[in-house]
Design a protein around this ligand. Structure first.
Ligand code: COA
Length: 328
């Protein structure tokens, strides 16, 4: 093959049946449907039951993506599971998914880049396919964030939800595929969204558990500004590199962190609101799963057609951020 682009061949999504509505949260913390709706855009979020776990939904989303890509699981030679909420510390959730799918030829691993995990995964898969190291790549974003949510902290518990999304990528010599991809991070923001306990630095003990050290802590207000600025910068970079302008975009699929972040980024970039996809009302913030879930919804509803120019952008804990421009 000549110049190969990596193109998304199929997508899938899955989430738990359980849902927490804003009305449910009103009974748990000092909050209101009005505050949550106006400050975040969220109305409900999915929540896994105690016997459900991350790879369960990852496998369901992946099976759908594989079927839609019209390949077999055994064709996959790269499997990336972006997650900050793995089934267990060892082995990688990617390997557990690999076994369940029967994707035995794949190199499978986990990627920790929080809400930017899916775009980090797409960026790596793109390079592996372009360099002919990989023929078919499966990139999954899967999270059970509600396990790490402190339901006494109104600043975080209203935001996060559970789910999984997946995409299968393959090579093409057509004009389609990923045109430009950029990933970035800045560890100086590490403590703006983090889970201090449970690792080697602050080992899990009865004290760390009772002190809630394994829960997510977030300085949302400070992150908000960095998120908007970073997503605009990186989106502008990928558009410029590929020789496009914001008005050329058919669909903008940002990480679903907060409706106000999405609106501010789209507005400052100059993308018309009619081209911006949002599902945050129904899912909340599902971290690495939010973009692949959104893509799959767009495909299913017919919003996304072959040849469309699609911009994806994300920002998350780390801090990490990124953007991918693709011709669908
Ligand atoms: N219900 C009611 N009041 C709440 C509340 C809730 N669920 N959460 C916070 N508040 C209160 C605060 O206590 C504060 O009250 P005070 O003024 O009396 O001190 C007030 O609302 C404003 O708090 P603030 O944190 O400034 O709110 P905000 O407008 O920034 O919204 C977030 C909070 C978390 C929704 C918002 O900051 C956000 O989405 N940040 C970005 C998160 C992000 O991008 N994370 C990384 C990617 S996942």
């Amino acid at each position: 093959m000549g110049n190969v682009n990596a193109v998304i061949l199929g997508t899938g999504r899955a989430y738990p049946e359980g849902v927490i509505t804003n009305a449910d949260l009103e009974t748990m913390v000092d909050t209101s449907d009005e505050w949550i709706t106006t400050r975040t855009g969220i109305k409900q979020r999915h929540r896994a039951a105690d016997n459900e776990y991350t790879s369960l939904f990852a496998v369901r989303a992946a099976r759908q993506a594989i079927e839609r890509a019209r390949i077999e699981a055994s064709d996959i030679d790269l499997l990336i599971c972006a997650t900050v909420t793995p089934d267990q510390i060892l082995p990688a959730t990617g390997c557990l998914i690999q076994a369940e799918l029967g994707a035995h030829r794949a190199a499978a691993f986990d990627l920790v880049a929080a809400c930017s995990g899916f775009l980090y995964g797409l960026t790596l898969a793109n390079q592996m396919i372009r360099s002919s190291q990989s023929r078919y790549a499966l990139v999954i974003g899967a999270e059970i964030l509600t396990r790490y949510v402190d339901y006494t902290d109104r600043g975080t518990c209203v935001i996060f939800g559970d789910g999984a999304g997946a995409a299968v990528l393959g090579g093409t010599t057509s004009e389609r595929g990923i045109l430009s991809a950029r990933i970035r991070s800045d560890g100086r923001y590490a403590e703006q969204l983090f889970s201090p306990g449970g690792g080697t630095r602050l080992q899990p003990t009865a004290e760390t558990l009772s002190g809630g050290m394994h829960f997510f802590k977030m300085r949302g207000n400070e992150l908000f500004k960095v998120a908007v600025r970073s997503m605009i910068e990186v989106s502008t970079e990928v558009l410029t590199e590929a020789g496009y302008k914001p008005e050329d975009i058919k669909l903008f699929v940002p990480h679903q962190a907060n409706q106000r972040i999405t609106d501010a980024v789209a507005d400052k970039l100059g993308v018309d609101s009619s081209k911006v996809y949002s599902n945050i009302a129904m899912h909340g913030n599902t971290s690495s799963a939010s973009i692949p879930i959104a893509l799959d919804e767009c495909v299913e509803s017919g919003m996304l057609q072959e040849g469309d120019l699609v911009l994806m952008a994300s920002f998350g804990g780390g801090a990490t951020w990124g953007a991918v421009l693709t011709r669908w």
